[in-house]
Design a protein around this ligand. Structure first.
Ligand code: SF4
Length: 239
């Protein structure tokens, strides 16, 4: 039972390990090659990721939540889309370096749509990549691919934002300006949902905030839900 539970908790790791075992049995030479390739990428990640974590922590400290919400949040509109393209296009480093930064941006209120745009433009329309593309394949090829890729990113980011909700991502979620739940800390005791069911609900085994109108908030109920949370996972501040 314990082994099954562990496998369930680390499903992705278990699938990768199983794939390696099958590869070693079916084709040992390919298995050795795969281990070598994985070793190369792990070494690369170990060199790059500490720098990325430091940069992300510094950005986390220096850039206030209000700014991220204003420029990359749900209400940022076309300005947010444009800025997300700029951030993704001028960034440097491999795409996996973007993930911790995007987690930080999401925690501070960046919308799912803008995060998808940053990740996508980081992956396929970075400026150095475009310059190389123009050099080897010609400016016309590069320009047409850029326009079509940007259009595709806009469409797919819109679809992604319809399917993926803030609560689906791990970590502290800024649901609306001023009110958020640290879902990492939440232990799913349901006290908040019982104290203020109009505002809080349980999603999976964690609490989440329902859509709400700030004008209609009952601050007494909100405060008692905040006080009742044993993990201090709910935060509310006036904008
Ligand atoms: S009261 Fe706190 S710990 Fe309990 S479900 Fe709500 S947010 Fe999570």
């Amino acid at each position: 039972m314990t082994i099954l539970k562990k496998v369930k908790e680390n499903l992705f790791l278990a699938i990768v390990t199983l794939a390696y075992i099958i590869m070693f049995i079916a084709n040992p030479a390919m298995g050795i090659e795969s281990v070598k390739n994985s070793g190369y990428y792990i070494k690369e990640m170990l060199m790059i990721m500490p720098v990325i974590f430091v940069l992300t922590a510094l950005l986390d400290m220096w850039v206030p939540k209000e700014k991220i919400m204003r420029y990359l949040g749900k209400d940022a509109g076309a300005k947010g889309i444009f800025l997300s393209f700029v951030v993704g296009s001028i960034s440097a480093g491999p795409i996996y370096a973007a993930f911790p930064m995007c987690v930080m941006l999401h925690k501070k209120g960046a919308s799912i749509r803008n995060i998808v745009i940053i990740l996508s433009s980081w992956a396929v329309i970075k400026v150095p990549m475009l310059l190389n593309e123009a050099k080897f394949l010609g400016p016309k090829f590069m320009a047409i691919r850029w326009v079509l890729t940007v259009l595709a990113i806009i469409i797919f980011s819109w679809i992604s934002a319809k399917i993926i909700k803030d609560e689906d991502l791990p970590g502290e979620v800024m649901v609306k300006p001023g009110l958020h739940i640290n879902r990492n800390a939440c232990m799913g005791c349901t006290l908040c949902a019982k104290n203020y069911p109009v505002l809080f609900e349980m999603k999976g085994k964690k609490a989440a905030v329902k859509e709400y109108n700030k004008e209609l908030l009952d601050f007494e109920n909100l405060q008692s839900a905040i006080r009742a949370c044993p993990l201090h996972a709910i935060e509310y501040s006036e904008e």
